[in-house]
Design a protein around this ligand. Structure first.
Ligand SMILES: Cc1cc2nc3c(=O)[nH]c(=O)nc-3n(C[C@H](O)[C@H](O)[C@H](O)COP(=O)(O)O)c2cc1C
Length: 366
């Protein structure tokens, strides 16, 4: 039973949706990484619910850095960040305590924790915990940016509506950094929002696909077998609640096609070896090839919906009907995208520190 990931950088998360706080402990960060609290706040605001397509639960996320940061830089000792929960309304959950929400983790939590789990608001399974990953991810994103590595995610599709493909990656990543609803084609974004509002009116929910690009990753990072770049990234990305698929490059689309169409031919760009196409999403043999990493995440529709659903009462063992009242997101995808950036950055930090050593990210004078 552990909630820790990573080798050179170990990431532990803690907390429950309606408990005192959520947070994380990062052990293995280099000394000297700038920690800009305004940037952490800005990243957290991208995850926060907003508008009619989000839950009415508004959390100001007043995070506190308890250790490992002094005068605006990491010290090299464990960084603990805590985000108190302030907007809990646990009574919404009391009446349906034993009615397992279809698609949510109530039943599996019951099986694993034998009824001792804090069920309120989804407890430890809640999307609320991802706030901690975003706060810690901001430090990893800063460290990567200092090495010229940039991460950006857009909503590739949502409720059946497609965004445009990534184009100039540096420009797109820069633009996405400031977008509350991360869609590159504004017209497609407007259509997604209209559709999501309709779905919310109907008491239903929708999912979508996120696409993350990483530029500036050096070639030669990763391990050939178990700790492949795909393996470690997907391991961590699958922890994001509601992520049900992870694809690298063209992934499943390559499976039914031809090598002649999907191999990425090598070329020279000055002294640099590059590939003419990037169907493999920047990874060959589990190791980065120096091209941009391209990752897609399938995000399922929010499980908590306002339509009445069939379920089972876990206490009485009788079939029952569930009608939910609490506050839920009709779509998660727009909030999950900064979580995708953050988790990706934390994993890449771990991989790079493993390859080049902890001091790779150190800005110290000594
Ligand atoms: C940012 C974020 C917010 C979420 N908000 C909700 C929510 O309001 N209601 C809900 O039922 N699920 C929400 N989820 C998804 C559930 O936590 C998730 O579906 C559940 O824990 C079951 O896990 P699984 O879908 O990965 O199997 C959210 C997920 C994320 C990433």
């Amino acid at each position: 039973m552990k909630n820790t990931f990573g080798t050179s950088l170990s990431i532990s998360i803690f907390g429950e949706s309606h408990g005192e706080a959520v947070g994380l402990l990062l052990d293995g960060l280099a000394p000297g990484i700038p920690v800009d609290e305004d940037y952490i706040r800005a990243q957290l605001s991208l995850r926060r619910p907003a508008g009619r397509i989000s839950t009415a639960r508004q959390e100001p996320d007043p995070f506190r850095i308890l250790s490992g940061v002094y005068e605006g830089h990491t010290t090299g000792t464990p960084v603990c960040i805590m985000i108190p929960n302030t907007q809990t309304r646990s009574k919404d959950y009391a009446a349906t305590r034993f009615l397992a929400r279809p698609g949510h983790a109530d039943y599996t939590a019951w099986c694993k924790y034998h009824g001792f789990e804090d069920f309120r608001g989804g407890g430890h399974f809640s999307g609320r915990i991802t706030a901690a990953l975003v706060a810690g991810g901001a430090i990893a994103l800063t460290a990567l940016a200092q090495k010229g590595i940039r991460v950006g995610t857009h909503i590739r599709s949502c409720a059946g509506i497609r965004d445009r493909d990534f184009g100039d990656l540096a420009a797109d990543i820069e633009a996405l950094a400031h977008m509350p609803f991360a869609v590159l084609d504004a017209e497609a974004g407007a259509r997604m929002l209209t559709r999501l509002e309709q779905i919310a009116e109907e008491g239903d929910s929708a999912g979508g696909v996120l696409e993350t690009a990483v530029i500036g990753m050096p070639a030669g990072v990763g391990e050939p077998w178990f700790d492949t770049v795909e393996g470690l990234l997907s391991h961590a990305l699958f922890s994001i609640p509601a992520v049900k698929g992870v694809q690298f490059g063209e992934g499943f689309d390559m499976a039914d096609d031809l090598g002649s169409r999907f191999n990425d031919p090598f070329r020279l760009d000055g002294e640099r070896i590059v590939t003419a196409t990037n169907h493999n999403g920047g990874i060959n043999g589990g190791i980065t090839n120096g091209m941009p990493l391209l990752i897609r995440l399938a995000v399922k529709p929010t499980p908590s919906i306002y339509k009445t659903q069939d379920t089972v009462d876990l206490q009485t063992h009788e079939e029952a009907q569930l009608s939910i009242h609490g506050r839920h997101d009709p779509a998660i995808i727009h909030r999950a995208r900064v979580v995708a950036d953050s988790v990706t950055a934390l994993v890449l930090y771990d991989l790079l520190a493993g390859r080049y050593g902890t001091d790779h990210f150190c800005k110290g004078e000594a």
